[in-house]
Design a protein around this ligand. Structure first.
Ligand SMILES: *Cc1c(COP(=O)(O)O)cnc(C)c1O
Ligand SMILES: [Zn+2]
Length: 417
């Protein structure tokens, strides 16, 4: 079966190196996130580029030769519909922002309607190959929904711990997928800690973002798709892109960075693109550290309405901080009002985004106000569907008028008659 062997894992804090079978989650010495180093980093000839480019599989499993887990099959199920999401040009938005080289990658067509499916697909494949009985995930909603969706698609068991305040649509999704759902009377961070204790006490397999090192390996597939998209076009080189990414725990940004690092190691790109991390003002632990030039990340008391990026202590903050610095990018913060305003802006181009997913676009608009060059080739990640949180979307738009069912009443409220 096609997959790539793990050479070793390195800790993002102490730099220690571990053999792949010697640790399961974080660095035993200091709890740092572990980065996967694959055999092709030293031996690019292990990978056949043309067979990847020629594959008819449009899902994340297209890149199985670059992943540390093998495709477990289930070809006719949602597991094989993860990834392969569209990159749009959006002429209306390009015109209104004066940005001729703007693209949006929309993750809402994923089976559970968010970017998180990329990680959950890879984790469920690992759970199957390891013969795990149950996978647990702490989640503000999307990671859990993704896990529950992939578990359902493959007949696996999972248990999701979510904060009591998770948006109802996300909880309904979890329950519909048949996961065991437990709501925690506390924050996402409380649910996270509880899941770690359960993993330790009951031996469950843990999918948590920024804990299970495979999540970033799944998320890196978005970078591969972006690379492939620009390979076939001459409007811009992928190396010249600025990529705007919404950031909570920092694992999506870290995963996308890892994907580009892999492409560089393979010699398939010549340099790395720039990453722009966008955080909510009310949940800006990583952006604060960036602004202060700090080496450690201080927890905040998060307050944003964008629940998917509402995090007190980012679980993959250090790597997300380093990646942005190394890429020559920056962190931007946006207010909840700016996030809400971005929802109908994307909506006007046919994209329905949840608040966290609209945040990156809000970040781009904010950057333009402070002198960002509109000629710069830029790609904005839209990470999840607006159907995930209709209450927020309702706050972002004006109400529709209600009328009597008569032509006269209709004429009064429309400008088109
Ligand atoms: C999880 C999530 C994010 C943030 O990803 P992190 O890895 O926590 O930084 C952004 N948008 C959506 C829709 C998400 O579900
Ligand atoms: Zn360490």
């Amino acid at each position: 079966m096609l997959m790539m062997t793990i050479n070793h894992l390195t800790c993002s804090i102490c730099g220690r190196t571990y053999a792949p079978d010697s640790v399961q989650y974080c660095c035993p010495a200091d709890g740092g996130n572990l980065t996967v180093h694959l055999a092709f980093e030293d031996q690019p000839e292990l990978v056949d580029r043309e067979s990847i480019l020629g594959s008819r599989d449009r899902s994340v499993w297209r890149y199985a030769p670059l992943l540390p887990v093998a495709d477990p099959g289930f070809a006719g199920t949602p597991l094989h519909r993860v990834g392969g999401t569209p990159v749009y040009e959006l002429p209306g938005i390009r015109r209104s922002l004066g940005m001729p080289k703007l693209w949006v990658k929309d993750e809402s067509p994923n089976p559970s309607a968010s970017f998180k499916d990329r990680a959950s697909a890879i984790v469920i494949a690992a759970a199957i190959s390891r013969g795990e009985k149950l996978t647990v995930a702490a989640s503000t909603g999307n990671a859990g929904a993704a896990m529950a969706c992939m578990a359902a698609a493959t007949g696996q068991k999972c248990l999701i711990l979510a904060p009591r305040t998770a948006p109802p649509a996300k909880v309904a999704q979890l329950l519909s997928f048949g996961a065991q759902v437990v709501l925690v009377d506390g924050s996402y961070d409380d649910a996270f800690e509880l899941s770690l204790q359960a993993t330790e006490a009951f031996g469950w397999y843990n999918r948590n973002t920024g804990f299970n090192y495979l999540t970033a390996e799944g998320k890196k597939t978005a970078a591969f798709e972006i690379w492939e998209f620009f390979l076939h076009r001459n409007e811009a080189e992928v190396e010249d892109l600025n990529i705007f990414i919404p950031v909570g725990d920092g694992n999506i940004l870290t995963g996308i960075w890892k994907g580009f690092k892999d492409l560089l190691a393979l010699g398939w790109i010549g340099k790395l693109p720039r990453l722009i991390g966008v955080q909510a003002e009310g949940s800006a632990a990583i952006a604060n550290a960036y602004a202060q030039g700090a080496a450690v990340i201080e927890a905040v008391r998060s307050t944003t309405l964008a629940d998917s990026i509402s995090v007190d202590l980012p679980r993959d903050g250090l790597r997300a901080l380093h990646a942005v610095r190394e890429s020559g990018g920056e962190y931007i913060t946006v207010s909840d009002a700016e996030i809400l305003a971005a929802i109908p802006s994307l909506g006007g181009a046919g994209i329905f985004a949840e608040p966290a997913a609209a945040a990156a676009f809000a970040g781009l608009r904010k950057a333009l106000q402070s002198g960002y060059n509109p000629a710069q080739p830029s790609l904005v990640m839209v990470t999840g569907s607006g159907l995930k949180d209709v209450r927020a979307a309702t706050q972002a738009v004006s109400q529709a008028p209600t009328i009597a069912p008569t032509l006269a009443a209709l004429k009064e409220v429309t400008k088109h008659a």
